[in-house]
Design a protein around this ligand. Structure first.
Ligand SMILES: Nc1ncnc2c1ncn2[C@@H]1O[C@H](COP(=O)(O)OP(=O)(O)OP(=O)(O)O)[C@@H](O)[C@H]1O
Length: 788
């Protein structure tokens, strides 16, 4: 690189750093100043005169408290803003920017080149001149999208053309330019290579400096209602989508908060793995949850099938699962719910003192008395209102019953006082005789002082009304909550009646197979157990009956590892987040829960959206693994040939054969010693949890962490983890335990083996007893080494 260029760039960097330091000082001073102001305001609380003797006094006091609070919150706001600026600046000052582009806007045709520097966030000097542009600014797209020459980029006002004359990349550390180079490509391979050669860690990092053109499309897409990203393992789907969240928060700043963005992730461990990326980009994390958490928190009394059970019980290969997870099933539930408008709503009587106070037959009469064009939710609301009125109407007759008489007799002094409200002084009871207090008194009605009963009869009357009203309160609550709906029975009825709404033959199911299945579900339900598939059905039915309209505040919904969802679950999410734009990421080759059922997922899901608003992006280039590992893993799949490896070289994967498990354990220990010298993180991936637990006992190595549950934290060093928890994660080295036919012998386990093998960044070893898995049959032998 020309020396003059380095001198000029150093000069620009120093100028930027100087301006940043100045701004940092000013901001620090501002924080100090606002802190002082806050202190002063807080201290002046003493000046607020608390006048509580009179009503007008209270009003006056409330007004000055409000004023004080307003002042405080304004100061707090400016403090928060200053603190945010301070944090951003501190982050920026080490690496103020990572790229520069020179370009001219063809539109103006002035021919004069503009120069902009691109960094994590924008920075302008005292004269409001931008020294650094945010990577999310429209113009920064030029950096990611193309090389030198004419380019087009999107702005909120439409496409804009530009002519790029220079693209320069920088590595700046601690405020010093370490390297800088000019490139003609979108993002130079050298920079990407350096980003990918590092060791993995327990936390994912942002890819802001090396976002690829295809990824940039995903990040900046605002038009699609459904953005479907299909990409091979390690093709940067997750990385890109986290950048997308940061982009959206910037693009819609002031209108969109991180609380309005939800990410559904495969498991908690993964949530933990990615939760540093947004803060690193200077943004707050979005809401992250798993589908299991979303569904199970709504049914706290049920034991919803866990991830482990779901994986190990392997119910999903059955035709029943295919039927229950289908869009046809979703339509069937919708149609079944429709018919509840006419009949068959399952109800519970409202019980009072062991007897039905309002019987379920009566409730059904009420529910079905309304006009045909009532919707389910309107019917329910109207029924609630009528039930509330009947409840009030029952007070009179109930007051004359013996139990009330008895309750009055048995009242203690304290209970009596509570009932008549004696001893309670309410605001407004003892007032000066001014206008405000008179109004107040009128609003409050008679105070306790007036509660002197004219006669014993009046007193009894009063007490019995109080007692009955109290006793009926739980029923009022039940009515409000709709507890008279018998959802369990309704769900069972849905399953029983399903053959009227779903063509079982379409799924190769006979009526008796279905009926048998329904009996199993009923047994499980009695034990308060529900599979995840049934939970979704159950919740959808419940929402239709109660007229829940979903979470309308959520604007963007992301679903990672979509291949493990059924079309039914996706349709349910679409129903539950009606105003959200969806971005879904998946790799059909990693469908470990839904297996072949995943094949039509993309088509099925897209059906739920307007076809003009659906966009698909396919990522075939992988970044995670070395060329050798990617070339090996792609042959595990049938049809994985179009996966392109990134040209980063490493060792060939190794297959180690052992005559027995004891020898395999020994091989494992040897391999661990080697890897622990070379790498930061090594994962021993077993197929099941039971395998992981047993291996951990056999190893008896305290430095190896066993990950048994998704609620644990990832640990640096060596871990043992069951396959289904390794989803979405990556490790420097991976050792697959029992990579033989005992664990990976079926064609249906092909995707699982691919998923676990593709977790490796730099090294991969497969340990097998006697013979390696038959699923490697199509992998050319030259792509790996065998040791026995
Ligand atoms: N443009 C990029 N620049 C630098 N690193 C990248 C880039 N894209 C992806 N990576 C890295 O490649 C690795 C794999 O990315 P990521 O986990 O996002 O892939 P994925 O498609 O979600 O994989 P999987 O489907 O296997 O979970 C990560 O370490 C990520 O940081």
């Amino acid at each position: 690189m020309d020396n003059q260029i380095k001198i000029d760039e150093t000069q620009y960097l120093n100028k930027t750093l100087k301006a940043m330091e100045k701004s940092l000082k000013t901001t620090a001073a501002e924080i100090k100043r606002t802190n002082k102001h806050i202190d002063t305001v807080s201290q002046s609380w003493g000046d607020v005169r608390l006048k509580t003797d009179t009503y007008s006094g209270i009003v006056e006091t409330a007004a000055s408290i409000r004023q004080q609070q307003q002042m405080l919150s304004e100061r707090e706001n400016s403090k928060t803003r200053a603190e945010h600026r301070f944090t951003t600046l501190t982050q920026q000052i080490d690496k103020p920017y990572f790229a520069r582009i020179d370009f001219s806007e063809s539109a103006t045709d002035s021919g004069e080149a503009e120069t902009i520097y691109i960094g994590l966030s924008s920075f302008s000097d005292d004269n409001n001149k931008f020294l650094v542009y945010d990577w999310r600014a429209p113009v920064a797209s030029i950096y990611y999208d193309g090389g030198i020459g004419d380019v087009t980029y999107l702005t909120p006002d439409g496409s804009q053309r530009a002519h790029v004359t220079l693209k320069r990349q920088f590595q700046i550390e601690d405020g010093v330019i370490v390297t800088l180079f000019d490139t003609e490509e979108a993002i130079g391979d050298a920079m990407l290579m350096s980003a990918l050669s590092g060791e993995s860690s327990t936390k994912m990092k942002s890819i802001v400096t090396t976002i690829q053109k295809e990824q940039n499309k995903i990040i900046r897409n605002t038009a699609a209602d459904l953005l479907f990203v299909q990409g091979a393992a390690g093709s940067g789907k997750t990385a890109a989508v986290l950048q997308r969240v940061a982009y959206l928060l910037y693009r819609y700043r002031g209108k969109l908060t991180s609380g309005q963005v939800v990410l559904f992730s495969p498991n908690q461990l993964f949530n933990d793995y990615i939760d540093n990326v947004l803060p690193e980009l200077g943004e707050q994390n979005m809401v992250q949850m798993t589908f299991y958490q979303y569904a199970s928190r709504r049914l706290p009394k049920m034991a919803v099938e866990t991830l482990q059970a779901r994986f190990e019980e392997d119910q999903t290969s059955s035709t029943i699962a295919l039927a229950k997870g289908s869009l046809a099933m979703f339509d069937a539930v919708t149609a079944y719910a429709q018919h509840l408008n006419r009949k068959d709503l399952k109800l519970r009587s409202l019980m009072f003192r062991g007897e039905p106070l309002i019987s379920k037959t009566r409730i059904a009469e009420i529910y079905y008395q309304y006009n045909d064009n009532y919707k389910l939710s309107q019917r329910l609301d109207a029924t609630r209102d009528t039930l509330m009125r009947s409840l009030s109407a029952r007070i009179g007759s109930e007051m004359r019953k013996d139990w009330v008489e008895l309750a009055i007799e048995n009242l203690s002094k304290q209970e009596y006082d509570t009932l008549v409200g004696a001893g309670k002084v309410r605001v407004g009871d003892d007032q000066e005789n001014d206008a405000a207090s008179r109004t107040r008194q009128a609003q409050l009605g008679d105070g306790p002082k007036a509660r002197e009963f004219a006669s014993e009869k009046a007193e009894r009357q009063f007490l019995s009304r109080q007692i009955v009203t109290q006793a009926l309160k739980p029923l009022a609550r039940q009515i409000r909550r709709g507890s008279f709906l018998n959802i369990n029975a309704q769900f069972v009825d849905l399953l029983r009646q399903l053959p009227n709404y779903l063509d079982l033959a379409q799924f190769d199911l006979t009526l008796s197979e279905w009926q048998q299945h329904v009996e199993t579900v009923i047994d499980n339900l009695k034990n308060k157990q529900l599979s995840l598939t049934d939970t979704t059905l159950y919740l959808y039915l419940y929402d239709l009956i109660t007229g829940k309209t979903g979470e309308r505040d959520i604007r963007f919904l992301f679903i990672d590892e979509i291949q493990d969802y059924t079309p039914f679950q996706l349709a349910f999410l679409k129903f539950s987040f009606p105003r959200a734009k969806f971005t879904v990421l998946g790799d059909l080759n990693q469908a470990i829960f839904t297996k072949d059922n995943a094949n039509n997922l993309s088509r099925d899901f897209a059906k739920l959206f307007d076809s003009d608003r659906v966009e698909r992006v396919n990522l075939t280039q992988t970044y995670r693994s070395t060329q050798q590992i990617t070339d090996f893993t792609k042959y595990i799949l049938k049809g994985g040939q179009n996966i392109e490896a990134f040209n980063r070289s490493g060792q060939k994967p190794r297959v180690k054969l052992s005559p027995n498990e004891a020898d395999m354990l020994h091989q494992l220990q040897q391999q661990l010693t080697e890897y622990s010298q070379q790498h930061d993180t090594t994962a021993i991936i077993t197929k099941t949890l039971a395998d992981a637990q047993l291996l951990s006992e056999q190893l008896q190595d305290t430095s190896v962490t066993l990950i048994q549950s998704e609620n644990q934290r990832l640990a640096q060093g060596t871990i043992i983890v069951p396959s289904y928890l390794a989803k979405g994660l990556e490790f420097d080295a991976v050792i697959i335990w029992h990579a033989d036919n005992t664990r990976y012998g079926q064609d249906s386990e092909r995707r699982l083996l691919y998923t676990v093998a593709s977790r490796a960044m730099h090294s991969l070893t497969l340990l097998a007893e006697k013979q390696v898995s038959c699923l490697l049959d199509h992998v050319p032998e030259k792509l790996y080494e065998v040791e026995s």
